[in-house]
Design a protein around this ligand. Structure first.
Ligand code: SF4
Length: 316
């Protein structure tokens, strides 16, 4: 491991300012992804800013009836929170489908959004990877790509975003609240938070250098029936081949987001207007521009079948 310096931040603004001051700095909280990447020397921060003392571990209902989730709320605590279980069931279910109990006890809300791809070529430093080493090529293109993305891909990268939680947050229209190094704050809609790979797959989200997530805010409860279905190679502690998050209202309208298919949680609002035509109608819009490989073409019919099953369950 490469040597690094370390400090403990005492306020969000101070943490963001410290990140701007120290070239190559990283924030660390749960560390469930970052520390693994540091051991492999895929991440080599010169400076670590520990944000665990920032008191961002509360879940509060705002005066507007929104739910504000602190960036440091652990995944286990978020999944078990009464308001989340009652009003945002799709989020609770997605969280419980992710990782293992031990990891959920440690992983934070912000860290979950920021976790990096599980593409095996990204983790193998003997392989080319445009995300790890821009310009070096992509081992997955022409390699083994069963787990990889089928939509929103580019010639530079076909990686997926591994989070279950983020898929539920996308279907819930969450907002990501941040503080920047100059102390100003902003709110980023989750739809705009994660990016597609394009020619710069090493850029994965809309955060500016030093910008720190302080909370994620969920709009007032949307009602309806919430379902999260994750299809994977084994029953636990595995990343999604595909996942489906839905909220279905009594009148048959609803929302759909997918995981395991793109570099970001995948939602196309126009596809939701096809709900009356069932899963086939929705998927024909949702995955209209799918670009598959021989290894992962199975994901298109898998999404359709998973969605059909989930819609059937949601409609009772
Ligand atoms: Fe790297 Fe992306 Fe290619 Fe995987 S798919 S090897 S992360 S460039």
């Amino acid at each position: 491991m490469k040597p690094f310096t370390y400090e403990k931040a005492t306020s969000p603004a101070e943490a963001a300012a410290a990140a701007a001051r120290n070239k190559g700095a990283k924030f660390v909280a749960g560390g469930t992804n970052l520390l693994d990447l540091m051991k492999l020397q895929i991440e080599t921060p010169a400076h670590l800013i520990d944000i665990n003392d920032l008191k961002l571990d509360r879940i509060e209902t705002t005066a507007n009836g929104e739910l504000r989730i602190g960036a440091l709320v652990r995944n286990t605590d978020l999944a078990a929170h009464g308001s989340v279980r009652q009003d945002y069931g799709v989020l609770s279910r997605a969280l419980l489908a992710g990782a293992s109990g031990q990891l959920r006890n440690q992983a934070t809300t912000a860290g979950n959004l920021l976790q990096r791809t599980r593409c095996s070529y990204f983790y193998d430093t003997n392989q080319p990877c445009n995300k790890r080493n821009p310009g070096s090529g992509c081992g997955a293109l022409g390699g083994v790509s069963r787990q990889h993305a089928i939509i929103g891909v580019s010639d530079a990268c076909i990686a997926t975003h591994p989070s279950d939680m983020a898929v539920a947050m996308r279907v819930l229209d969450a907002m990501v609240d941040t503080v920047r190094p100059d102390g100003t704050t902003r709110t980023i809609p989750i739809a705009d938070f994660h990016t597609l790979p394009g020619t710069t797959p090493h850029i994965e989200n809309a955060l500016a250098p030093g910008e720190l997530i302080v909370a994620v805010t969920l709009p007032r409860p949307a009602g309806g029936v919430h379902v999260y279905r994750k299809v994977r190679d084994r029953a636990s502690y595995a990343f999604a081949l595909v996942s489906v998050a839905v909220i279905v209202q009594p009148d048959g309208t609803g929302r759909v987001a997918l995981g395991g298919v793109a570099h970001k949680p995948w939602r196309v609002e126009a596809a939701e207007r096809a709900m009356a035509r069932g899963a086939k109608g929705v998927v024909s819009v949702l995955l209209a521009d799918a670009r598959t490989t021989a290894d992962n073409a199975f994901k298109v019919p898998l999404v359709e079948r998973a969605l059909a099953s989930v819609l059937s369950e949601a409609k009772g």
